[in-house]
Design a protein around this ligand. Structure first.
Ligand code: PXP
Length: 237
């Protein structure tokens, strides 16, 4: 079964626009769970422009599904994640000022760094996932870090999907097969949507988890959160 983890960063962005507590990020996370989400993802950034470090603590104490924290493994991030102890940490290579994650790791050139970070998180019982593109070398070297999973950066799939879904998914299928043969678990995320998710899952049905934020929260403006989460889960059956 492929789990749907809802990335709630956008909800925090909306809240922060007014400085109060509307919408209530924690309540939205609890409602996502009530409506069927099997996980909650957050990406706390150093400037706390959407998810704040205090949100991470509050979420940890309240949610009951899988908690996934993404981010660049800076010393502050590592300290936060190791003390909060979510089920999973997803390592992304983006610099602190990036609008959103826009590439996977160069695992070849960051092998030693990633090995140490992966071992550090695993030593306190946190599953690790490394965000990578479909370059075979990056998948192969991700496995050498000792990570439990990789998360495939699906932006190129999403942007190429309208002009030809078979060609768009082909490199992802190859990378996913390699990951499987190397014993890695598989997550996927970025720009997945009601338009492109079903086909991705049909071709790569062994994905462990998709993490979806932007499109899902945008769809909720039209369909409501409950209906939207149902629709996303229907793509994954
Ligand atoms: N996975 C990772 C590693 C991300 O950084 C993001 C964006 O924060 C997502 C998944 C979700 O992407 P989207 O918001 O486009 O669904």
């Amino acid at each position: 079964m492929t789990k749907l983890s809802v990335n709630i960063n956008k909800v925090a962005t909306l809240r922060n626009a007014r400085g109060g507590n509307v919408p209530n990020v924690c309540q939205v996370a609890l409602d996502c769970e009530k409506f069927g989400a099997q996980g909650i993802t957050v990406h706390p950034r150093p400037d706390e422009r959407h998810i704040r470090f205090s949100d991470v603590w509050e979420l940890k104490s309240k949610i009951s599904t899988e908690f996934n924290i993404e981010g660049y493994p800076s010393p502050e991030f590592i300290q936060l994640v190791k003390s909060v102890k979510p089920h999973q940490v997803t390592l992304v290579p983006d610099p602190p000022d990036a609008i959103t994650s826009n590439s996977g790791w160069d695992t070849v050139n960051n092998l030693e760094f990633l090995k140490n970070v992966v071992a550090d998180f695993q030593s306190v019982g946190i599953r690790v996932s490394i965000f990578v593109d479909t370059c075979m070398k990056n998948v192969e070297f991700a496995a050498k870090t000792g990570t439990d999973r990789i998360e495939l950066y699906t932006e190129p799939y999403a942007s190429n999907y309208p002009s030809g879904k078979e060609a768009a998914v082909a490199p992802f299928l190859e990378a996913a097969k390699l990951a499987k043969s190397l014993g890695l678990g598989l997550n996927a995320g970025h720009d997945l949507s009601l338009e492109n998710l079903k086909y991705f899952h049909e071709i790569i049905p062994w994905i462990d988890e998709v993490s979806i934020g932007h499109a899902l929260i945008s769809d909720a403006l039209y369909f409501g959160l409950e209906d939207t989460i149902k629709r996303y889960k229907e793509q994954l059956v």
